[in-house]
Design a protein around this ligand. Structure first.
Ligand SMILES: Nc1ncnc2c1ncn2[C@@H]1O[C@H](COP(=O)(O)OP(=O)(O)OP(=O)(O)O)[C@@H](O)[C@H]1O
Ligand SMILES: [Mg+2]
Length: 310
């Protein structure tokens, strides 16, 4: 079973107004609410592809209830820990001119006992047929070693871990040797201490260094330039698919979802790579972080070109 962990979910609230008037009354024409956060996005995409996952993490207050009801509406199994406070609502105010103003709430403060409750829950799920997807930032109260702790816990029970995080969360987690990682180009450059824009050759060698840490699968996403994939002796590059881009936000989450889904289905490696490219390109064609339809993914699969590297 795939278990996605969203420590810091959010309600994404998009409102449309004519023009924002500071200090005045602004009337909203249209409001849209969606449950967000990287792990939740991954669960949504897996569902759309026809796979199964359980979404967990921390939710709080009324916003947390909305997240749960959106999950039920999407028919995504969920098993969140309720903490006190209020889950973040991130409001995006769109003006007719296209100008965007964002108002992001701080979110709850998670206590040590909540963290322990989540670790116990994950321990209960962990076995040889489990893949944990650890994605995104963590709320206040949660240490930067949390992903590292989860990886140790998972590996004790023979479970696998996929990691999509950056900064210290990523660095600390790497010490524990996750099984799969999907950094984007900038995250890998930062991790490798490259204070310049790396060439593909340099990204490949940074990715190879990650493999030396015991990671079995590395996917480096490079936006519209495509992605590099490494597994065992197999190294390939796929150029980005030519699609009409609507919103590239969440394209990386879509790739993580494709990797997890492919693991769940036991797909061979080359099919996994193709799935990653088709699902992430499909995500770019949808509004916001909405997952692509299975039909759209199937149509894109034929476009994927897999080039062998070195
Ligand atoms: N403009 C684009 N056209 C086609 N494919 C794209 C485009 N942007 C992204 N992709 C696809 O999505 C994948 C992931 O994108 P990217 O590298 O931007 O991830 P990311 O930075 O982790 O995104 P996020 O964290 O916002 O979800 C790319 O490897 C590529 O396959
Ligand atoms: Mg990303």
């Amino acid at each position: 079973m795939i278990i996605t962990v969203t420590m810091n979910p959010a309600i994404d609230k998009t409102v449309d107004i004519d023009a924002l008037e500071r200090g005045g009354l602004n009337r909203i024409h249209h409001v849209e609410l969606d449950a967000g956060g990287k792990g939740i996005n991954v669960s949504k995409t897996i569902r759309e592809l026809g796979g199964r996952s359980i979404a967990t993490g921390f939710i709080a207050g009324n916003a947390g209830k909305i997240i749960r009801s959106v999950m039920e509406e999407w028919e995504i199994e969920n098993d969140f820990i309720e903490v006190s406070g209020e889950t973040r609502t991130n409001t995006k105010v769109f003006e007719k001119s296209g100008e965007l103003t964002e108002l992001n709430e701080p979110g709850p403060v998670v206590e040590e006992e909540d963290i322990q409750a989540l670790l116990d829950k994950l321990d209960g799920y962990a076995d040889e047929d489990t893949l944990f997807v650890l994605a995104g930032s963590v709320p206040k109260g949660v240490g930067k070693d949390i992903y590292q702790r989860i990886i140790f816990l998972a590996h004790k029970k023979g479970a696998k871990v996929m990691l999509d995080a950056d900064g210290e969360l990523f660095t600390r987690a790497l010490e524990a040797g996750p099984d799969m990682v999907k950094p984007n180009k900038v995250e890998l450059e930062q991790y490798a201490g490259m204070d310049f824009i790396a060439s593909e050759r340099e990204l490949l060698s940074a990715a190879e260094k990650l493999m030396e840490k015991g990671i079995t699968t590395v996917a480096v996403s490079m936006g519209k330039s495509g992605a590099i994939f490494l597994q065992d002796g197999y190294k390939v590059k796929c150029p980005g698919l030519k699609v009409k881009a609507h919103s590239t936000v969440g394209a990386g989450d879509a790739m993580v979802a494709a990797l997890a889904y492919s693991w769940g289905e036991g797909l061979p490696w080359e099919d996994t790579v193709k799935m990653c490219m088709a699902v992430s390109a499909g995500a770019v064609t949808t509004i916001g972080t909405k997952p692509p339809s299975r039909q759209a993914v199937d149509n894109l699969l034929g476009q994927v070109v897999v080039e062998k590297l070195g």
